[in-house]
Ligand binder design. Structure first.
Ligand SMILES: Nc1nc2c(ncn2[C@@H]2O[C@H](COP(=O)(O)OP(=O)(O)OP(=O)(O)O)[C@@H](O)[C@H]2O)c(=O)[nH]1
Ligand SMILES: [Mg+2]
Length: 454
């Protein structure tokens, strides 16, 4: 098998932010100086970028775990940590990125299209940056945040205008070689082509891309031959070109029944994937008319196919007869499809919307004297807190009350001693709420656990 892979699942992780540093400036023969702990560096992002020279996802299938660099911690003497290295994953043009649940995150089209798929964590502030008039020498620093981590699925969906569909050895690769500068492998055994080949065809002023995909046989939808998997590479083609062999001596085969078999497999593909190829315009090419019997057969079946409303072109990839007409017929169809297509942006990136704090937080009463605080900011602040450091915890509760959480809790009916969860169900810290003394909220369990819930 060649080194072609058009699907891969990746486990990606953006870099963690470095922790901030808590340090006090010291010098010989001088009194203690001010806080001089530097900030942690930012974790690197994971970026997916289209590289027109990339052709396969093989490398990702071989090494599916990828992570960007972590930020390094801040240090004394106001030294900031270094930012983590960004990780750039290059993919072929037309790669679709989705979550493992199948939801499409982005459709990467066009050289250089970039998608920041996982964001690195912010570095924690050092105590120098945390100093204020009220807190002159903080004895704590903020923790770096974790980088985002999740699984994604990559899938190449070749970008071409015309998709060649046909039985093995019908002459698809010969045709693309005769029409364009592409030089795919051509041989007289079935399944010579194992990877999609692209060729650029020029017909007058029109340029279009033709994709040659591996041959289909009846039963492909049940996995016969190479199966239907390669049809994803014709999904985006506006025009299908059925290549029919007029010179095969295989029993039971003739251009009309071959066409029926191909259509049946396309329909089966539609049922499996819900991608309907039935409404794509088709052109039928009857190939190998340089063979005398082939020419006769082509002449015989042409009216039958035309009766079905199909446009038929008879050619010989070997002698190039009919190729000019074919290339112009395709150009006409491609132009019509381009004109009909709604104005298209050069890159189609569907970024997953991120909740950026329109509502800074939300207090939800859970019954009794128990409440949950949801929101991006409070959850982040909790993650930045070193709970082994009382001063850091005090700083957290100051921040929370400045955001108005204390008031909101009172309004929601919380009273002294209320159990307050901060964060989402699967990732929260619980506090005992003491409304009179802001700075004395005490965490009673590590993140994500609470002994009282068991
Ligand atoms: N006589 C004649 N032979 C042809 C013509 N076109 C292709 N062939 C031959 O048919 C055989 C198969 O051609 P390919 O172009 O490899 O066929 P394919 O459709 O790409 O086949 P797969 O990749 O296996 O699906 C080769 O031996 C070609 O030389 C033609 O117009 N005339
Ligand atoms: Mg081929």
């Amino acid at each position: 098998m060649p080194d072609f892979v058009d699907e891969a699942v990746l486990h990606i992780k953006a870099g963690d932010g470095g922790h901030g540093c808590a340090s006090i400036h010291r010098e010989k023969f001088k009194p203690l100086g001010g806080p001089d702990g530097g900030n942690g560096g930012r974790g690197g992002d994971v970026v997916i970028e289209v590289d027109p020279n990339a052709a396969t996802l093989l490398d990702y299938q071989r090494r599916p775990h990828r992570r960007a660099g972590n930020g390094t911690p801040g240090q004394g003497g106001h030294r900031s940590g270094a930012n983590g290295d960004e990780l750039v994953l290059t993919v072929p043009d037309g790669t679709v990125v989705s979550g493992v649940d199948g939801e499409v995150i982005a459709d990467l089209v066009g050289a250089g299209t970039r998608l920041v798929i996982a964001r690195g964590g912010n570095g924690g502030l050092g105590n120098a940056a945390l100093a204020s008039a009220k807190r002159k020498a903080p004895g704590f620093a903020l923790k770096g945040e974790e980088g985002e981590a999740f699984d994604i699925r990559l899938e190449i969906k070749t970008i071409a205008d015309v998709g060649l569909v046909g039985f093995p050895s019908a002459g698809k690769s010969s045709l693309i070689a005769a029409l364009s500068a592409a030089r795919p492998k051509i041989a007289d055994y079935p399944f010579t082509t194992l990877i999609p080949n692209l060729g650029v065809v020029e017909a007058g002023a029109v340029q279009y891309v033709v994709a040659d995909v591996p041959g289909l046989i009846p039963g492909a939808s049940e996995g016969k031959g190479l199966g239907l998997a390669f049809l994803r590479h014709v999904e985006r083609c506006s025009t299908l070109l059925h290549v029919l062999d007029c010179a095969t001596y295989e029993p039971g085969r003739d251009p009309v029944s071959d066409l029926d078999a191909l259509e049946a497999e396309l329909a089966a593909y539609g049922e499996n994937t819900e991608i309907d190829l039935s409404d794509r315009p088709r052109i039928v090419v009857l190939n190998k008319i340089d063979v005398p019997d082939g020419r006769e057969l082509a002449e015989f079946v042409t009216p039958m196919l035309q009766e079905r409303g199909l446009r038929v072109v008879t050619v010989s990839a070997a002698t190039r007869e009919g190729l000019r007409e074919l290339s112009y017929a395709l150009a006409e169809q491609v132009e019509a499809a381009r004109a009909a297509r709604p104005e298209q942006e050069p890159t189609r990136v569907v970024l997953r919307p991120r909740e950026i704090g329109e509502i800074p937080f939300q207090v939800v009463a859970l019954g009794g004297n128990t409440f949950r605080v949801r929101g991006d900011k409070p959850a982040r602040w909790v993650r930045q807190t070193d709970f082994s450091n009382d001063e850091a915890v005090g700083y957290l509760s100051d921040r929370l009350s400045r955001l108005g959480i204390e008031n909101a809790l009172s309004e929601a009916g919380a009273t002294h001693g209320a159990e307050v969860y901060i964060g989402d169900e699967d990732d929260s810290v619980v506090f005992d709420w003491d409304p009179t003394l802001d700075a004395e909220a005490t965490p009673i369990g590590p993140r994500g656990t609470d002994s009282r819930l068991g």
